[in-house]
Write a protein that binds this ligand. Structure first.
Ligand SMILES: *Cc1c(COP(=O)(O)O)cnc(C)c1O
Length: 468
């Protein structure tokens, strides 16, 4: 190790002690809400940082203020939540990395009401005895889907695992090769099958599966016929698949239950709003499937959950499975889910109040108006420090819903004059609140579709700060 130069020695000697800085920090406004242990840690680290800088021969002034300032910065960083809100300018309505569905006001209010007090989570108020947690939502889901019975677990992946394990553990589950889906990362149908204790029996080919593929594969070992919604891809060209209705027919004639993993699952017919028709859950239930599962935080627009609907017999079996307890939904989710589901009693109210549906069904004319407003706010904010324009582009629903669908939108394109577009993108992500957009043709793109009310002004202010 190299010996420090003598002037370094002097500087090192002049470093104040931890106790001295701690005493100063005690009366410093920058540490008002910082716990003592964190003040101590930050002061130690700040002194260490400065010691390293001295040893590395970097020019610096050693002063109490310099150390306190550094400690305050370190403490502030630790005091900030890791998880926090951000501005989604990507136009992807259900972005899994950005927390999927934005909850409606009604859900948020109910979550606060239920969780800031005791509740009747598992209490039957008329008997005073223990009640069933799922009762908060069962009747409502049945009313909205036409199912005999319903419940909800942690998420749809959990719902699929639980349903497979309950209905077909140790037995074969027949699935079309065209439906062996992987939903980003760890959810792959063949793997979930193994974890649920079922044996995957693939039938048909990637592009074509016929009714006889199912019937030929049925043996004594068959426990379930499974359909999986191809959420995030589309097989096009020379293709055939067997409809849920026909698979149900095959199941019934062999006495084998039929389940569908619907993935996103919508409760309303979105084609009425110009979106392609995704079969609503009620239609799948009406085709006679024994069990249908879908997510709470995809097209439904509620909190993360896996909703299971089906026959009373199957749901009773599922409820009795010990895995149900491991996957059970908590009171906050139930509160949010019940409030969201209630809005579905009136389709127009649902589309107005549930942010996911509102953003997906936003008319192009409305987006054009929003884009104009955004353009004028940003023009005022950044002046000639960026080249601004509006451009017709497309937004995506995302989150494994409506595969292949794009929605016409009008975006603000920003070509900064004073920095590179990648630097702007990076600084926007580092801002508080962070802004997530995308880069195309050397421009930063802001899609107004996914901006929440009031965020256009916040965004203009952020751009003003970054570009000045
Ligand atoms: C999204 C999806 C899942 C997983 O649902 P989560 O709610 O994210 O657990 C499972 N199956 C399909 C077909 C999906 O689209």
């Amino acid at each position: 190790m190299k010996q420090p130069m003598p002037d370094k020695q002097l500087q090192l000697k002049s470093l104040p002690g931890v106790d001295h800085i701690l005493t100063l920090a005690e009366t410093d406004d920058r540490f008002i809400r910082v716990p003592r242990s964190l003040v101590l840690e930050s002061v130690r680290r700040a002194i260490d940082d400065i010691r390293t800088q001295i040893l590395e021969h970097r020019p610096l002034v050693v002063s109490d203020e310099a150390i306190i300032k550094q400690a305050a910065l370190l403490a502030a960083r630790k005091m900030k939540n890791r998880l926090g809100p951000l501005i989604n300018a990507t136009g992807v309505v259900l972005h899994t990395n950005l927390g999927r569905a934005v909850l409606c006001r009604e859900a948020l209010d109910n979550i606060v009401a239920v969780s800031s007090s005791y509740s009747n989570l598992e209490l039957n108020l008329s008997t005073g005895k223990r009640g069933i947690r799922y009762e908060a939502i069962e009747a409502l889901i049945c009313e909205l889907t036409g199912a005999q019975a319903a419940m909800a677990v942690n998420n749809n992946a959990g719902a699929v695992l639980l349903a497979l394990n309950t209905l077909a553990q140790g037995r074969q589950v027949i699935v079309s090769r065209g439906e062996l889906v992987e939903i980003g990362g760890a959810f792959r149908v063949p793997d979930v099958m193994i974890k649920s204790g079922c044996i995957l029996k693939e039938v048909g080919t990637t592009n074509r599966t016929h009714p006889h593929d199912y019937t030929h594969a049925i043996t004594e070992e068959t426990g379930l016929l499974l359909k999986v919604h191809t959420s995030n891809y589309k097989i096009e060209g020379f293709t055939t698949s067997v409809s849920l209705k026909d698979v149900v027919g095959i199941g019934k004639s062999h006495g084998i239950p039929v389940m569908e993993d619907l993935g996103s699952g919508t409760l309303i017919d979105l084609s009425a709003f110009g979106l392609p028709s995704e079969p609503p859950v009620s239609e799948q239930v009406a085709s006679g499937a024994d069990v249908v599962t879908f997510s709470g935080d995809k097209l439904l627009g509620g909190p993360q959950a896996g909703i299971i609907v089906g026959t009373k017999q199957c749901l009773d079996q599922i409820r009795a499975n010990p895995l149900t307890r491991a996957l059970r939904i908590d009171k906050m989710t139930l509160a949010g889910l019940e409030a969201t589901l209630k809005l579905y009693r009136d389709t127009r109210v649902a589309v107005e109040k549930i942010p996911t549906l509102k953003m997906l069904t936003l008319p192009y004319e409305q987006i054009c108006q929003d884009a104009e407003v955004l353009l004028s706010l940003v023009t005022e904010a950044v002046g000639d420090r960026a080249e601004l324009a509006l451009a017709d582009m497309t937004s995506r629903p995302g989150g494994g819903s409506c595969p292949g669908l794009t929605l016409p939108t009008r975006c603000l394109t920003i070509r900064p004059e004073t920095m590179s577009v990648t630097s702007l993108d990076k600084q926007l992500r580092a801002f508080d609140p962070p802004v997530m957009g995308r880069i195309e043709n050397n421009c930063f793109i802001i899609d107004p579709r996914t901006l929440q009310p009031g965020q256009n002004k916040i965004l203009a202010n952020i751009l003003k700060k970054l570009m000045n």
